[in-house]
Design a protein around this ligand. Structure first.
Ligand SMILES: Cc1cc2nc3c(=O)[nH]c(=O)nc-3n(C[C@H](O)[C@H](O)[C@H](O)COP(=O)(O)OP(=O)(O)OC[C@H]3O[C@@H](n4cnc5c(N)ncnc54)[C@H](O)[C@@H]3O)c2cc1C
Ligand SMILES: NC(=O)c1ccc[n+]([C@@H]2O[C@H](COP(=O)([O-])OP(=O)(O)OC[C@H]3O[C@@H](n4cnc5c(N)ncnc54)[C@H](O)[C@@H]3O)[C@@H](O)[C@H]2O)c1
Length: 525
């Protein structure tokens, strides 16, 4: 187990007079150089580096790694590129959830039928101030960024504002000097992918980066891609009065979701709203417009034949076609590291590999979106913690099967583990019988009290071991409900054990209780 910092603290104490006259970042090097190579403190030559660990990139992955490194007593620096918080805080999770929260209220208050069911009438028009909604998102991002900065400083992490570039082993170059560390963690995140032929001016044709500014609410907007970003923005736009057309390359809408859930989502999130879609087509040419003067034009080609099928004229076009790793300027070439479409290859311990199937590059780790394992904020943060654990000599592997994901539409969609389609293949390959049990929001007192009886929770499990292989929920607060299932997969808790646990009444958790009990042949109530 690595105990460098504790050892270093003792060593620094032993040379405190000398170290009092050097900058804190150099104290470690000086203290180590004054000691014999294998001193009774167990110091290694590693202590001649500026830091125990340098992290390149300060998004949620880098931030999570930095906090854990300090908790483990490591001398830590993080290159922020003047973008503390990264995508999630500044251009992702945080501002998008602020827009979704505001838009969700507008939708609720405009839903006369739903309100009447609760005995409420809204007298007069429900209005919103677009700029105030946009400011809510911007201000929240800035507040969360401030909190992150404060936490780094408070814990003694050196934040270097430069962009960092790997120059050789143990060495990262900033704007004016090089810094060394025993271990380096790369956390440069990702950028929006803009397909060829699409001109994103970030005004009328925009990625999520521009869309989050909500500079205007287009009357008619096309969304290219029906993944997480597309769905969440369709929820915001339709609540604020826009019409939406999805353009999806694959032959079905929401192609990455469990099929049964996607069908239900179509019934709950698409059909009742001002949304239509085209599937099996690429947006091959997208040309920006001028608001109120010239429309955005979108040429679509058949995904298979590549023949032109339609040209659409819209007020705005959002491009939500996935994200690419932000690794071009990281200096990977300086160390001969080969990527796969820009994704840094890592093993289970987050150690960088020299290329696909390559050897481990010593003392180099890559976490978060840039390694392509799972593009989610909490996954990036978990990677960061795991990399630091491995640096400390405590072998750690992230169980991606237990990491939940959620799409924050109204109602929400959440999932963990395999889709039903994947689970069937898994069961066939591994020779187990797949079980399926469903809980219903329509049978849940709390959901009905809220007038939100739509949705299901589907639990997929191995009938032999009774372990969960996947859970998919669509319904109110699905994103919060999924956590119990994620914990169960992580700890190997069986559906039988879960069915014996007591769930608070009346809560939405009882939707899962119904599914767990159903899985072992018991009725919920
Ligand atoms: C609109 C949107 C909504 C999202 N919503 C959610 C959500 O609700 N839940 C969820 O889990 N995920 C969500 N995500 C995904 C989530 O934002 C990412 O998975 C997460 O931010 C990845 O974290 P990361 O630390 O790997 O990278 P990033 O957050 O991208 O951070 C990387 C940082 O490194 C910096 N950097 C890059 N190169 C260098 C360099 N050489 N030197 C110094 N700094 C550098 C970048 O500028 C950036 O600040 C959303 C994404 C988007 C776009
Ligand atoms: N709530 C959340 O957790 C959340 C929210 C937003 C984003 N994210 C993360 O951000 C990442 C990016 O999100 P996203 O929605 O952009 O990507 P995505 O991968 O979820 O969906 C992209 C969609 O675009 C389609 N597509 C790709 N190229 C196309 C083309 N040329 N024409 C038409 N369709 C095309 C794909 O088939 C896919 O359905 C995701 O990996 C996601 O994990 C997460």
């Amino acid at each position: 187990m690595r105990t460098t910092m504790r050892c270093c603290a003792a060593a620094v104490g032993a040379v405190s007079l000398a170290s009092a006259f050097v900058a804190p970042s150099n104290r470690l090097a000086l203290s180590a150089s004054l000691l014999p190579r294998s001193s009774r403190f167990g110091l290694r030559m590693a202590d001649s580096y500026d830091y125990d660990v340098i992290i390149v990139g300060c998004g949620v992955g880098g931030h999570g790694a930095a906090l854990h490194a300090r908790a483990c007593g490591l001398k830590t620096a993080v290159f922020s590129g003047k973008d503390v918080g990264g995508t999630c805080v500044n251009r992702g999770c945080v501002p998008s959830k602020a827009l979704l929260a505001a838009a969700g209220r507008v939708r609720d208050m405009q839903n006369e039928h739903h309100l009447e069911g609760l005995g409420i009438t809204v007298d007069g028009e429900v209005k919103f101030d677009r700029q105030a909604v946009a400011d809510h998102a911007k201000n929240l991002a800035s507040r969360v960024r401030g909190n992150l900065e404060a936490s780094l400083k408070g814990l003694g992490v050196d934040v270097i504002e430069d962009a960092g570039e790997l120059v050789r082993a143990h060495t990262v170059k900033g704007a004016s000097r090089e810094y060394t560390a025993k271990d380096i963690i790369l956390a440069p995140g990702s950028l929006p992918f803009v397909p060829p032929g699409v001109q994103a001016d970030e005004k009328t044709v925009f990625t999520s980066d521009g869309g989050l500014n909500l500079e205007f609410v287009p009357e008619y907007v096309a969304i290219v891609g029906s993944g997480y970003i597309g769905l969440e923005f369709s929820d915001v736009y339709t609540a604020l009065g826009a019409e939406v057309t999805f353009i999806e390359a694959l032959p079905m809408i929401m192609p990455t979701f469990d099929r049964e859930i996607a069908r239900l989502a179509e019934r709950l999130l698409i059909k009742p709203r001002a949304i239509d879609y085209r599937v099996g087509v690429f947006a091959s040419e997208v040309t920006p417009g001028i608001p109120g003067v010239k429309p955005v034009t979108i040429k679509m080609i058949d995904a298979k034949t590549k023949e032109h099928v339609e040209t659409l004229e819209v007020d705005a076009c959002m491009v939500a076609t996935g994200r690419v790793p932000n690794t071009k300027t990281l200096g990977l070439d300086n160390m001969g590291i080969e990527t796969v479409r820009g994704f840094v290859q890592v093993n289970d311990k987050m150690q960088v590999l020299s290329g696909p199937d390559g050897a481990v590059v010593p003392n180099l780790y890559c976490i978060g979106d840039a390694n392509g394992k799972m593009m989610l904020a909490h996954a990036a943060s978990a990677h960061g913690v795991s990399a630091v654990e491995n640096i400390c000599g405590r072998a750690n592997v992230v169980n991606h099967n237990a990491i939940p994901a959620a799409c924050f539409t109204h109602p929400e969609i959440a999932m963990v583990g395999l889709t039903e389609e994947q689970a069937k293949e898994d069961a066939a390959a591994k020779g187990y019988e797949l079980g399926k049990s469903v809980g219903h929001f329509r049978a849940n007192s709390k959901a009905l009290a809220e007038g939100e009886g739509d949705g299901i929770a589907k639990v997929l499990f191995n009938k032999g071991t009774e372990e969960i292989v996947g859970v998919h929920i669509i319904g109110i607060h699905a994103a919060d409900l999924i956590q119990e299932c994620s914990n169960a997969i992580a700890t190997g808790t069986t559906v039988r054990e879960l069915s014996m646990l007591v769930h608070t009444h009346p809560t939405l958790c009882e939707v899962l209780d119904e599914a767990f009990k159903g899985a072992v042949g018991r009725a919920a109530h």
